[in-house]
Design a protein around this ligand. Structure first.
Ligand code: CMC
Length: 391
């Protein structure tokens, strides 16, 4: 039993080979298929990044058009799924709904669950990427009691998502290009992040040969936690609770107090011991977007001030705690009009691209085996059963 390496939280175990995403946590570098994340966020589109992650190269013009058309063609959800939504409480958290609905897709698409058939894997991947915006928007519509809005396939991936979320019948909806750009950037920044907890969950679930829709539902469940994707919701709630910059020292003191479980949400990372490069892009984008939308939100001032104070504090310096992707995204999402409960749903929508690409990479890997960690047993040694009357 002592033959295994004890590695809680897998801080030093590589579970796979991967060609998708490279992170240098000390330098704060993130590359997708070799391309720096800031270049992709500033110059590319989410559809291009999705193609890149899935196929290994940036698409040519015709390839991008074909890929975008294929994704667009799969945006509809089976009509019967709307009854599934209606089974949820009105105030259900949209992540709970998303977990259930994505898992349920496996019951609707039997023709794309044979994981050994590469063609079926491609169709399942396209279906997942295409249907996530529809699923997310429907979860939102359900929570606010508005009718579901069908996809508009004349729009881009991101504009269509915004329309399904924010348009109401009988009113013309014209997507604001500033918001479409900001949303697309946020999607790019969340598309993949190598073997984080939810991606590892998708790979582990998929390693048994489970169908892809169920595997992605498992990833969504894992992402929901506040130490992972749920941190964007928690970070904005924290910033709102702090309210004004004068209350920051109180929260910094709590974060440093060993007896207080409170942590600064949106701060710290398992891999980055330097600036999270995604947070850098989002920090700048937050100011740009709010300026361009003419919104002034005191939460952004609180965030900036909190960042400054934390970065100068010895505790955060010693532990190398920097803002992560979840620190500034909420400020932008809130300016766009999303309630905090939708933040992690948007993360899941974008990360589906990474999950699907990683799942495909794993299934095609000839060295792939079922994931099966071992343990160091610390329970009782063998003993004999005693009937209940004698205990
Ligand atoms: N505030 C205060 N102290 C912190 C924080 C924080 N946000 N993050 C880490 N620490 C301390 C922690 O108490 C520990 O101290 P000590 O060594 O004295 O026990 C030390 O720093 C190392 O922390 P850890 O929990 O051992 O590190 P980890 O790699 O297991 O955890 C983390 C990484 C992201 C879970 C953690 O930094 C955290 O809980 N951050 C807040 C939640 C958050 O923002 N999560 C989003 C992560 S990035 C995007 C994503 O994955 O979705």
């Amino acid at each position: 039993t002592g033959a295994f390496t004890y590695d809680p939280g897998f801080t030093s175990t590589a579970s796979c080979w991967s060609k998708l995403t490279y992170i240098d946590g000390d330098q704060g570098i993130l590359l997708h298929r070799g391309y720096p994340i800031d270049q992709l966020a500033e110059q590319s589109s989410f559809m291009e990044v999705a193609y890149l992650l899935l196929n290994g190269e940036l698409p040519g013009k015709a390839e991008l058009e074909t890929f975008t058309n294929t994704i667009t063609r799969h945006t509809m959800l089976h009509e019967q799924l709307s009854t599934f939504y209606r089974g949820f409480r009105r105030d259900a958290h949209p992540m709970a709904i998303m977990c259930g609905v994505v898992g349920a897709l496996s019951a609707f698409y039997h023709d794309s669950t044979d994981i050994n058939d590469p063609q079926q894997r491609v169709i399942a991947s396209h279906r997942l990427i295409a249907k996530m915006p529809t699923i997310a928007a429907m979860a939102y519509k359900y929570s606010v009691g508005q009718p579901f809005v069908y996809p508009d396939n004349t729009l881009s991936y991101t504009a269509n998502f915004l329309k399904m979320t924010f348009s109401v019948p009988a009113e013309e909806y014209v997507p604001d290009p500033v918001i479409v750009d900001a949303m697309d950037k946020i999607f790019i920044l969340h598309a993949d992040h190598e073997q984080n907890a939810s991606t590892s969950t998708v790979r582990l679930a998929g390693s048994s040969g489970a169908n892809p829709f169920a595997c992605i539902a498992a990833g969504i469940a894992c992402l929901w936690g506040p130490a992972h994707g749920g941190a964007n919701e928690a970070a904005l709630n924290m910033l709102r609770e702090i309210g004004t910059p004068d209350r920051i020292p109180e929260y910094i003191a709590r974060a440093k107090n060993k007896d207080d479980p409170f942590r600064l949400m949106g701060f710290g990372h398992r891999v980055y011991k330097n600036f999270d490069p995604r947070a850098k892009v989002l920090s700048k984008a937050a100011s740009d977007v709010l300026d361009r939308l003419g919104i002034s939100d005191p939460v952004l001032d609180t965030a900036r001030e909190l960042e400054q104070i934390a970065l100068k504090d010895q505790y955060f310096i010693d532990k190398k705690l920097y803002p992560n992707v979840d620190f500034y995204s909420g400020v932008i999402l809130s300016a766009i009009g999303f309630p905090t409960t939708m933040f992690t749903v948007l993360f899941a929508l974008a990360r589906t691209v990474g999950w699907v690409a990683q799942w495909n990479e794993m299934i095609s890997d000839p060295e792939q085996k079922i994931g099966r960690p071992r343990q160091l047993y610390t329970g009782p040694t063998q003993r004999d059963y005693v009937p209940v009357a004698q205990r």
